[in-house]
Design a binder for this molecule. Structure first.
Ligand SMILES: C=C1C[C@]23C[C@@]1(O)CC[C@H]2[C@@]12CCC[C@@](C)(C(=O)O1)[C@H]2[C@@H]3C(=O)O
Ligand SMILES: O=C(O)CCC(=O)C(=O)O
Ligand SMILES: [Fe+2]
Length: 339
C-alpha cells in the first residue's frame, strides 16, 4: 500500500496557523501556577466605554454577537446608584407583612411579588421583585404610613435613578440605531418611549446549587438596562459555550437586548437569554429600567432590514399584547409571532 494513503499521514504538510503544531506537552509535575500559555478564560460580554469615539461600532458588534454588553462612563451618577441600592436593600429588608401591603395584584405589572416569569416555570424562584412605573408615592405611603421622611427619600431616589437610567437607555438605543445607519426618527414613536423601574432581590440561599434566582428568560422589552452592583449572579447563554457569568465591574451598567429590539432589527440583534443564580453568603440586589415603545404602538421589523431575500421574520405586535403572549407562552412567545 502506498504509505501516503495511510491515515497516520493526514497531518503531512498541514499549515499551522497558530504555530502550535510542534508543541510538546508541559511537564505538569510540580506546577504551582498556570502559565499564561495555558490559561483558558471564558470570554464574557464586552465592556464598552461610552466616551470611546468607536463606541457606536462596538455597540453594533456586541448587539449582533452577544445581545448584551456592559457600559462605562454612562453618565448615571454613581452616588445615585449607591443610594438606589441602599433604598432597595431597605425595602426588601422590611418585615414580610409590611411588603405585602404593596403586593402586586394578578392583573397588574406594578407592586411587590414573585418575578412575573415565575408563572411559566414549574418551580418557584429564590427571589422577590418590586416593579414601579413613574412615582412610587402611593406604594411608599402604604409602606411607611407614619414616616413621611422615609416615603420622600424612597420616592426621590427611585424617581431620579429611573430618570437617569432612562436617559442612558435612550442614548444607547440611538447608538444602536446609528450603528445600523438609522436615526431615532426611524422610530416614529421615539419621544414616547416608556419605562418600568424594577428592583430584584436574591436573598442568601442555604443550598444555592438547588435553587434559581431568576430562571432563563429573554426580556420582553426593547432594552433592559441593569445595575448589579458588586455581587455576581447574572449569567448569559451562548450557544456551544453555555452559561457565562457577567462579572460585576465597579461602576458598570449592563445592557440587555429584549425581544422587541430583536423584532425591530429583523433578528439581527440578539435577544439574549439570561438568568440570575443565587449564592450562600450575600444578599444580592439588582435594579433595572425596562424600556419599551408606547403600549399600543405596533412593532415590526424595520423596512431597512427586510427585502426579498430577507422577508420580515415576525408579524407586527404591540408591547401590551406581547407581554400578554409572553405570560401565556413564556420563552416560546416569539415563535408564535413568526411568519
Ligand atoms: C413588562 C414586563 C417585563 C417583565 C415582565 C413585565 O410584565 C413586568 C416586569 C418585568 C420583569 C421584572 C423582573 C424580571 C422579569 C423577567 C419578570 O419576571 O418581571 C421582567 C419581565 C421582562 O423583562 O420581560
Ligand atoms: O438580577 C439580575 O442580574 C437579572 C435581572 C433580570 O434579568 C431582569 O430584571 O430582567
Ligand atoms: Fe431579564
Amino acid at each position: 500500500m502506498n504509505s501516503n494513503n495511510l491515515i497516520t499521514n493526514s497531518y503531512k504538510n498541514k499549515p499551522s496557523s497558530l504555530g502550535h503544531s510542534h508543541i510538546v506537552p508541559l511537564d505538569f509535575t510540580n506546577m504551582v501556577t498556570v502559565p499564561d500559555s495555558h490559561e483558558w478564560v471564558t470570554e464574557s460580554v464586552p465592556v464598552i466605554d461610552l466616551s470611546d469615539p468607536n463606541a457606536k461600532t462596538l455597540i453594533g458588534e456586541a448587539c449582533e454577537k452577544w445581545g448584551a454588553f456592559q457600559v462605562m462612563n454612562h453618565g448615571v451618577s454613581m452616588e445615585l446608584l449607591n443610594q438606589a441600592e441602599l433604598e432597595a436593600f431597605r425595602f426588601f429588608s422590611l418585615p414580610a407583612n409590611q411588603k405585602l401591603r404593596v403586593l402586586r395584584s394578578p392583573e397588574s405589572i406594578i407592586g411587590y411579588g414573585v418575578p412575573r416569569i415565575s408563572s411559566y416555570f414549574p418551580k418557584l424562584l429564590w427571589s422577590e421583585n418590586f416593579t414601579m412605573m413613574g412615582s412610587p408615592i402611593d406604594h411608599a405611603a402604604q409602606l411607611w404610613p407614619d414616616q413621611p421622611h422615609k416615603q420622600t427619600t424612597f420616592c426621590d431616589v427611585m424617581e431620579e435613578c429611573q430618570k437617569e437610567m432612562k436617559a442612558l437607555t435612550e442614548r444607547v438605543v440611538e447608538l444602536m440605531l446609528e450603528s445600523l445607519g438609522l436615526t431615532m426618527e426611524d422610530l416614529k414613536w421615539h419621544s414616547r418611549g416608556q419605562c418600568l423601574f424594577t428592583l430584584n432581590s436574591y436573598p442568601m440561599c442555604p443550598e444555592p446549587e438547588r435553587a434559581m434566582g431568576l430562571c432563563p428568560h429573554t426580556d420582553t422589552s426593547l432594552l433592559t438596562v441593569l445595575y448589579q452592583s458588586s455581587c455576581t449572579g447574572l449569567q448569559v447563554f451562548q450557544d456551544v459555550i453555555g452559561w457565562i457569568p457577567v462579572p460585576p465591574i465597579p461602576g458598570a451598567i449592563v445592557i440587555n437586548i429584549g425581544d422587541l429590539m430583536h423584532i425591530l432589527s429583523n433578528g439581527r440583534f440578539k435577544n439574549i437569554l439570561h438568568r440570575a443564580v443565587v449564592n450562600k453568603t450575600r444578599h444580592r440586589v439588582s435594579f433595572a429600567v425596562i424600556y419599551g415603545p408606547p403600549s399600543d404602538e405596533m412593532i415590526s421589523p424595520l423596512t431597512k432590514f427586510t427585502n426579498d431575500e430577507h422577508p420580515p421574520l415576525y408579524r407586527p405586535v404591540n408591547w401590551k399584547d406581547y407581554i400578554y403572549s409572553k405570560a401565556l407562552h413564556g420563552n416560546k412567545a416569539l415563535l408564535h409571532l413568526m411568519n
